[in-house]
Design a protein around this ligand. Structure first.
Ligand code: ADP
Length: 306
């Protein structure tokens, strides 16, 4: 009899102990869970040890999500570091040019012709700095969502003609012909920000001149697609771009040939701006290219319904 009582007490003690241990465990896990996800209310309904399995799988999920987040933050950090390095490099060259001429002029140059020449070079350096800062400013505005679009209805054929006219001098200097693929006698009214689209066309056509070949051709074509969309293509028969560069081409400061780009006066931001403008319009930009054959950049726009 005494033996039965002893075992009964032992069993009771075991049950009480394991229950309080379970409660202790659940409360510690709840605390831990709350400190990891303070906003969760689900945790209040967890009272039994069986629910711990659900908690464990939730925590595992949380863990893999956090790992992914850390990976992304690391990538962003690398990107930022690379960007700041590129930016410093871009600004350094014109700044040192300006500084060099100013110091020489300060030391005193007697020949008026030389003074004039140095001042002209200084002014060129300052212009380049302003050019880079303006492009950066525009990109930052797009990235932070401050840049707004002023959409209205306009004729895209006329805008292409305007850009051809504006770049005619430069094209003839490079001995490159700017032309349409065919006669566009009718208007094609689109609904977009006219100035920004003119900038897109200017950047793309200037690139076709910068990276084109002498006696080359830059051809613009406009194709009407389904659902009120049009596709504007800017094709050149220039140096082309190797396939490996295409995925990064629209990144800020990404260049295939750094020396050639800088010699041409490029900021390395032209295509990044183009992409931002097109995406702000909820449209798409594409590129196809073959080395020594040429490149084709194209983007979509929406026709005006009225
Ligand atoms: P930038 O011309 O100032 O360097 P962009 O952003 O306009 O900067 O262009 C990025 C790079 O893409 C250029 O440096 C060049 O290597 C390449 N690229 C752009 N357009 C063309 C083109 N039409 N043909 C060949 N390469 C091009």
């Amino acid at each position: 009899m005494l033996c039965v009582e002893f075992f009964a007490i032992l069993f009771l003690a075991y049950v009480i102990l394991s229950l309080s241990f379970e409660r202790f465990l659940v409360s510690r896990v709840k605390e831990l869970y709350k400190s990891l996800i303070p906003t969760t209310s689900y945790i209040n309904s967890i009272n039994q040890a069986e629910d711990i399995d659900i908690l464990t799988s939730n925590l595992q999920k949380l863990n893999s999500e956090k790992n992914l987040e850390i990976e992304l933050l690391k990538k962003e950090q690398d990107y930022r570091r690379e960007f700041i390095g590129n930016l410093a490099h871009e600004l350094k060259t014109p700044l040192f040019t300006v500084q060099g001429y100013v110091l020489t002029l300060q030391d005193g140059v007697k020949d008026k012709k030389v003074v004039k020449k140095y001042l002209k070079q200084t002014s060129k350096g300052v212009d380049r700095l302003i050019y880079i800062i303006k492009d950066l400013d525009l990109i930052t505005k797009f990235e932070s969502g401050i840049a707004t679009l002023d959409r209205k209805s306009f004729d895209i054929v006329e805008v292409v003609r305007n850009v051809f006219e504006l770049l005619e001098m430069r094209a003839s200097k490079d001995k490159i012909v700017l032309k349409f693929d065919k006669e566009y006698s009718k208007q094609l009214m689109v609904f977009a920000d006219k100035d920004r689209i003119q900038q897109v066309l200017t950047n793309l056509i200037i690139n076709s001149l910068k990276y084109g070949t002498e006696r080359g051709v830059t051809e613009v074509s406009i194709e009407v697609l389904k659902e009120n969309k049009i596709l504007i293509r800017i094709a050149d028969n220039g140096e082309g771009i190797d396939e490996q560069h295409l995925p990064r081409l629209f990144e800020r400061f990404y260049r295939v040939d750094k020396t050639r780009s800088r010699n041409q006066g490029g900021s390395g931001l032209g295509l990044a701006i183009v992409k931002h403008i097109i995406e702000a319009h909820d449209e798409k930009i594409f590129v196809e290219s073959k080395v020594r054959i040429g490149s084709e950049f194209s983007f979509s726009l929406t026709l005006n319904q009225d």
